[in-house]
Design a protein around this ligand. Structure first.
Ligand code: HEM
Length: 226
């Protein structure tokens, strides 16, 4: 029982860290929006050109997400079965707001990702923005990711939804990264505090990076081409 629980926790940790790496890479790509339409559109085309790599990343991500959610729910069930009668008084001494809301923020992020895929990957929300094309030098007409993103974020409720969702992502990460590293044995009294701080700094940096895009579009610092 103990061994399987340790194994399941390790799976949650590793899959979580895989998704954190994706978030860092995804943000680096998204920030190209500030370098202009040619930069982000040729990046998007470049990704599609390496289809094998793109599909490998997609499969690894989807697998990580499924395993992460499945084992988190299983572990919750196990801990509930071990103590079906809850504490009369909750003791929050060693926990933080971020750690207590992991399941909630995780479920909200899951719903957001479904919306996000329908929005930018499948073009089901504001399809007219998704249909925009851009003439890329040496390539011809390509999908205009730049205008799609900027026009979408000039719709106030979409911008707001992304800002709120990214705030949940950051809140989830404040606790997630340090907890995952601890589960994987990267734990020593001397390193606990630096790891905790690094985890918070990473969450804040990702939050600033992701939020900067809808904010810049709403403030008209970024303008669509058409
Ligand atoms: C300002 C915030 C964001 C912007 C502008 C953005 C932009 C995009 C765009 C343009 C795509 C479509 C790529 C394509 O099909 O060519 C995409 C896909 C995706 N995004 Fe985001 N994104 C943001 C935040 C996030 C966040 C916070 C997450 C995760 C929690 C996320 C997860 C994904 C995933 C899983 C895909 C699908 C990747 C694939 O097609 O394989 N994104 N994003």
């Amino acid at each position: 029982m103990f061994r399987t629980t340790v194994m399941q926790k390790a799976i949650v940790a590793v899959t979580g860290l895989v998704m954190v790496l994706f978030l860092i890479a995804h943000l680096s790509g998204n920030l190209l929006v500030f370098a202009g339409p040619a930069a982000i559109n040729s990046y998007a085309v470049g990704l599609r050109d390496v289809a094998a790599l793109l599909w490998t990343v997609r499969i690894v991500l989807l697998g990580s997400l499924v395993l992460h959610v499945y084992f988190t729910i299983r572990l919750r069930r196990l801990s509930y079965q071990a103590r079906p009668v809850s504490y009369r008084q909750q003791q929050y001494a060693a926990s933080t707001f971020a750690s207590r809301t992991m399941l909630l923020t995780g479920l909200l992020i899951f719903s957001y990702v479904a919306f996000h895929l329908a929005h930018f990957t499948w073009g089901k929300i504001y399809p007219q923005y998704y249909a925009a094309t851009y003439f890329l030098d040496g390539r011809g007409p390509v999908h205009d990711v730049y205008s799609m993103v900027v026009r979408s974020f000039q719709v106030w409720w979409i911008a707001l939804l992304y800002i709120v969702a990214v705030t949940f992502v950051a809140l989830h990460l404040v606790h997630a990264t340090q907890s995952a590293l601890q589960t994987l044995g990267i734990y020593h009294r001397r390193y606990t505090e630096p790891i905790r701080k690094a985890s918070i700094v990473l969450a804040v940096l990702l939050w600033i990076g992701y939020v900067s895009i809808p904010v810049a579009a709403m403030a008209h610092l970024l303008e669509p081409l058409s």
